[in-house]
Each structure stands twice: as C-alpha cells, then as structure tokens.
Design a protein around this ligand. Structure first.
Ligand code: TYD
Length: 205
C-alpha cells in the first residue's frame, strides 16, 4: 500500500499549493475533492456553482459523499493498492468541518456518511494548514469571484475553522497542525518536517 496523505484547511489556507509541492517531492499521485473524476466534475458544478441557488444541507452532504465514494473507488484506492503514494487536497475532514460544523449537521452523522462513502479508507496523515483569518481573507479577495462555499459568510467560516481545530485535537495521532503563514517555501519546509516527524518521510525525497 502507498502512503495516503490529506491536506485540509479553510479557504485561502494555501493547502492546494502545499499538496502539489508534497506530491511533486514524493512523486505521488495528486488528487482532490470534490471533482477529480468525470462524475465528480458534474457533482462539483452543482456543489460549488452560485447558479445552483438553494441546496438543502443534507443534499449537499450526500453529494459530497457521492463524489468521495466514486473518487475513492476509482482513483485513490486503486493507486494505493498499486503501491503509489497519494496526496489528496481535502477529504472526510472537509465534510465534517463544512457540512457538519459549518452548515450545522451533526458531525457524527457526517462522519458516518463519509465512512460509508470511503468504505472505511482513512488517511495515514492529515495536514491541517492554519492561517489567521486576515491572511485567508486577503488571499481570497485576490482570488476573484467567490463560489457557493466561499460566499457562505464569516460566521460560517469561523465555525469551519473551529470544526477543524476540534477534529485535530480529537485525533492527534493522525492530524498534524501546520502554521500556514509566511512564504510558500517556509510552509513547505514545515509540512515536510511535520510529516517526517511522524516517520513518514522518505530518505531520498
Ligand atoms: P476548491 O475550489 O477545491 O477550494 P479550495 O481551494 O478551498 O480547496 O473548493 C472546494 C470547496 O468545497 C471548499 O469550499 C470546501 C468545500 N467542501 C465541502 O464543503 N465539503 C467537502 O467534503 C469537500 C471535499 C469540500
């Protein structure tokens, strides 16, 4: 089995950049949720396009879970089984933080839904990138037109951040919290150090 590393964090945390850098360093498969399959692309459009309008929060959670189920079954699991390392930009932690803490669904229900979707596949390490609210807001403002989630408001995103902190605190063996402020290179160095401290590094990496 390959190693399975997940990056989590709020909007503007820089995790997509860091996921890419780690995947390059390891020669790992880089993937993301929602939307990294053909079915997923269609689900992502419904989930994130502002044109979707109102979407019931349980329906939102189920569509995220549908994307995850298909992604795990057709991309992540086959790669891990071939011995390939996989770096995934968002996974179960996103659903618990956004649909659970953010939208207000019971986080245990959301976790159970994801456990069904993934057939129990859990990452070896989850890297949570944390940045102060002001930095995230600046990065987001520079990113252009907000999608459905980005447009959900400051209070929503504060609950998401709290949901992440609680998940990391509840499972310190799997989750590692990394300071996402500073330059891309500084953060990348922290990420590698944190992962290697868990015995997951690679001498030739
Ligand atoms: P994306 O464009 O990938 O943004 P980011 O760069 O912030 O990762 O958008 C993914 C959005 O979907 C993001 O707002 C978080 C949200 N999301 C959920 O609400 N639940 C989930 O389970 C996942 C995977 C993502």
């Amino acid at each position: 089995m390959g190693r399975f590393v997940v990056f989590e964090g709020g909007e503007g945390s820089g995790k997509s950049t860091q996921a890419r850098l780690l995947a390059e360093r390891w020669g790992a498969l880089l993937t993301f949720e929602p939307g990294d399959t053909e079915v997923g692309r269609r689900l992502r459009e419904i989930l994130l396009s502002p044109e979707t309008g109102e979407l019931d929060e349980r329906a939102e959670a189920l569509l995220m879970a549908a994307d995850r189920a298909h992604h795990v079954a057709t991309v992540v699991n086959p790669a891990l089984l071939r011995g390939r390392d996989v770096v995934c930009d968002r996974y179960v932690g996103s659903s618990i933080a956004y649909q659970g803490y953010g939208r207000g669904l019971d986080p245990h229900h959301v976790a159970a839904l994801s456990a069904f979707a993934t057939d129990g596949l859990r990452p070896d390490v989850v890297v949570l990138l944390e940045v102060p609210e002001e930095i995230a807001a600046e990065r987001l403002a520079a990113a252009g037109k907000p999608d459905r989630m980005e447009a959900a408001g400051d209070e929503f995103h504060r609950r998401v951040a709290e949901g992440y902190r609680l998940q990391a605190a509840a499972d310190p063996e799997r989750w590692v919290v990394v300071d996402g402020s500073g330059s891309v290179e500084e953060v990348a160095a922290r990420v590698v150090e944190a992962i290697e401290a868990r015995g997951m590094g690679r001498a030739d990496g």
